[in-house]
Structure formats: structure tokens, C-alpha cells
Design a protein around this ligand. Structure first.
Ligand SMILES: Nc1ncnc2c1ncn2[C@@H]1O[C@H](COP(=O)(O)OP(=O)(O)OP(=O)(O)O)[C@@H](O)[C@H]1O
Ligand SMILES: [Mg+2]
Length: 357
């Protein structure tokens, strides 16, 4: 057990632009209460790409939608906080200019509407559900520009064309007047990125932005996002279940399991020094280039439990190869700091129990 450096995390770093603290989001359905988020804690560093990974249903999209205040009834944020830090760069570091508790804002109120699209923008998992089929691509980008910036229609149209050019859209002067169904999958995804970037947000949330694309187009879009991120100094929250994409894109990674973050670390630590048995299992289930051993790929045994059932103890214990009877099945481990930028929620590495089980 690594007790020397362990301490329960409670403070975010100075460069944290978005801090999610103990977030619980539930869906009150006729089948019962789906506990989609069960205490998500996650600090997003400014100007970096933070990957969020985990199997289907672990709460990646609901975390993003909660931060955008786009969770619709019967869904509800029932507990926890999402803090947006408006930062100012001073030399190599940041100072917090203003701290906004997003959880206290009305989802449709003026402040949240300003933040959504203006400061935090999102590229959704499925472009055809988020691009409106009845409006041209240009109109949809212009709508975002007109909502957040003091410009007239002609200027908004010009900015829409410029941003389409910026995302390397082929023939932007023509595409601006096209409808989404007239575009290929890759072009739609570029249009989505253009929409997301149209108001130069400080945070871009990209939810599986390339899953529907072929590998060549995926590689182009990923390159483009990385390039734009470096150029604009943006923070990206990159949601994916593809660890190969994480390796290519991200500086830091949060691994989620059943509505909680179970490990957060730098990309190198996640790949070369993972602590949580779930992270290790995820890594063992994918092929890795550059590893010399001829180890067989091992799928993670069992399935993710449904969010309607409540498991006593660590939710991963029924599938965990390091399960300690009498420990893991009794209490929930606390998310614990194991040194620089590395936190983990596992009794192999902490004795601390979640205060808020
Ligand atoms: N509108 C809803 N009503 C009921 N349950 C919901 C609703 N939306 C999400 N959930 C549940 O919340 C849990 C988390 O869902 P979420 O969409 O965040 O998963 P995910 O990690 O994004 O998965 P995927 O990789 O498949 O996109 C799931 O169990 C899902 O069934
Ligand atoms: Mg999702």
C-alpha cells in the first residue's frame, strides 16, 4: 500500500479552469432512479487536452452535458458543484480572475447562455442529431456568432466562412449555403468543429468527435483539433473510448467507471504507471504498438452494472482481479492523491474511505 504520499484530494490546482466536485446526476425514470453520475470529481487544467475514457454507460456524456447544463428532465443534478474559473495568464502561470459556480445558474438564464457556446462549447457525439437539418451550415454557425458577438449579419456570414476555411473545409464559400445532409461525414464533423470554435471558447468539449469516421478522416480531424488547440491555447475535454486516440491527443486522462472518476493522471502515467485495476484492465484489452511481449489481449470480464442497481463498496469489485474480500465490498475508497497530478480511487493504494458514500 502506498501510504507515504497519499492524501485525499480537496483542492484544485491554480491552473484549473474547470473543477467538477462530487457531482451526482440522476435520471428519474419509470424504471427507477438511474444514478448516471455518482460523485464525479475532476479537475481540468487550462490549455491542455484532458481525455475522459471508460466503457459505454460510465457517464462520460452525462458529465459533459452536466457541465454545459444541458441535462434535461427526467435528469437532474442532485448534488455537487461545477466551478468555472475565469483565468488570466500572468507570465507562465494563471491567476483566477473570477469563479463561477455553474451548478447555481439557471440552465436557460442569461449567464449560462453566455457561457454555453461563448466560453464552453461542445461538439456532440452524433453530428446529425446536433446539426439542424432545416438550416444551412452557415446559418447555424452564424446563429452562434450573432448570439455571442456584437456583429451584423454580413459580418457574421464572413466570420462563418473564415472559420470553415480555418477547419480546412473544402470550398467554404459554397459549403456555407449547404444543408447538413448535403455534406459527407467528415465535412459534417468539420462543420461541427467550426460551430464549436466560432466564438473562440476557452473550453471545447468534444464527445467522441470522430467515432463515425473512417480512419484517414479521423486522423485528419484529430490533427486539426490538436493544431487548433495549440494555436488558440484552448482547453479541450476529449471524450472517447478509444485509448489509441487518447495516446495521440491528450496531455492528461481521467478514467471513469460507473459514474465516478477512478483514476486521473498524465498521459505517460496512465500508460506506463497505472494504479487502478480498471485502468490496467482497459490497457490490457487493447493492442499496444511498441510492447515487445507477446501477451494475449484480455477482455475485461463481466459487464458494467446498470445504473439502477446500487453496489455496496467499490463498484468495480465484482470484475476486479485484485478484489480484497471484506474490504472492497464494504466501503467506497476515496479519490486519493498519489503525488504530482496522479489521483486514484482504490483500496490497494489508500485506506481513505469516501466521505460521502
Ligand atoms: N435520458 C436518460 N434517461 C435515463 N438514463 C440515462 C439517460 N441518459 C443517460 N442515462 C444513463 O446514464 C448512464 C451514463 O450515460 P452516458 O451517456 O453518460 O454514458 P457514456 O459513458 O457517454 O457512454 P457511451 O460511451 O456509450 O457514449 C448510462 O447508464 C445511461 O443509460
Ligand atoms: Mg457518450
Amino acid at each position: 500500500m502506498n501510504q507515504n504520499t497519499a492524501s485525499t484530494t480537496d483542492t484544485a490546482g491554480l491552473d484549473t479552469i474547470l473543477s467538477i466536485r462530487n457531482l451526482h446526476t440522476y435520471f428519474y425514470t419509470i424504471m427507477g432512479v438511474a444514478r448516471a453520475l455518482n460523485g464525479v470529481s475532476l479537475d481540468i487544467p487550462a490549455g491542455k487536452v484532458m481525455g475522459v475514457v471508460g466503457e459505454s454507460g460510465c457517464g462520460k456524456s452525462v458529465t459533459a452535458l452536466s457541465a454545459m447544463r444541458l441535462v434535461l428532465p427526467p435528469g437532474k443534478i442532485v448534488k455537487g458543484e461545477i466551478i468555472l474559473n475565469r483565468l488570466q495568464k500572468e507570465g507562465d502561470s494563471f491567476i483566477v480572475r473570477e469563479e463561477i459556480n455553474i451548478t447555481n445558474l439557471h440552465p436557460q438564464g442569461p449567464e449560462m447562455r453566455r457561457i454555453r457556446g461563448g466560453e464552453i462549447a461542445m461538439i456532440f457525439q452524433e453530428p446529425m442529431t446536433s446539426l439542424n437539418p432545416s438550416y444551412t451550415v452557415g446559418n447555424q454557425i452564424m446563429e452562434a456568432i450573432l448570439l455571442h458577438q456584437e456583429v451584423d449579419e454580413a459580418e457574421a456570414r464572413q466570420r462563418a466562412i473564415n472559420i470553415l476555411r480555418r477547419v480546412e473545409m473544402y470550398n467554404p464559400d459554397a459549403v456555407v449555403d449547404r444543408y447538413p445532409h448535403e455534406l459527407s461525414g467528415g465535412m459534417r464533423q468539420r462543420a461541427m468543429i467550426a460551430m464549436g470554435l466560432s466564438c473562440t471558447p476557452s473550453i471545447l468539449v468534444a464527445d467522441e468527435p470522430t467515432t463515425a469516421l473512417d480512419v484517414t478522416t479521423e486522423a485528419e480531424i484529430l490533427d486539426l483539433m490538436r493544431e487548433l488547440q495549440a494555436e488558440l491555447g484552448m482547453t479541450i475535454i476529449f471524450i472517447t473510448h478509444n485509448l489509441g486516440v487518447v495516446a495521440q491527443m491528450c496531455d492528461n486522462v481521467a478514467v471513469m467507471y460507473l459514474g465516478r472518476v477512478v483514476e486521473q493522471a498524465t498521459i505517460d502515467d496512465i500508460f506506463y504507471n497505472p494504479y487502478h485495476p480498471y485502468t490496467k484492465a482497459l490497457l490490457n484489452s487493447i493492442p499496444r504498438i511498441g510492447t515487445r511481449t507477446k501477451k494475449r489481449l484480455e477482455p475485461i470480464k463481466g459487464v458494467v452494472p446498470d445504473p439502477y442497481s446500487q453496489i455496496t463498496g467499490c463498484p468495480f469489485y465484482p470484475r476486479c482481479t485484485s478484489f480484497m474480500p471484506g474490504v472492497c465490498d464494504k466501503r467506497v475508497p476515496a479519490l486519493t492523491s498519489l503525488g504530482d497530478e496522479h489521483t486514484v480511487r482504490c483500496f490497494l493504494h489508500t485506506e481513505e474511505v469516501e466521505a460521502d458514500e
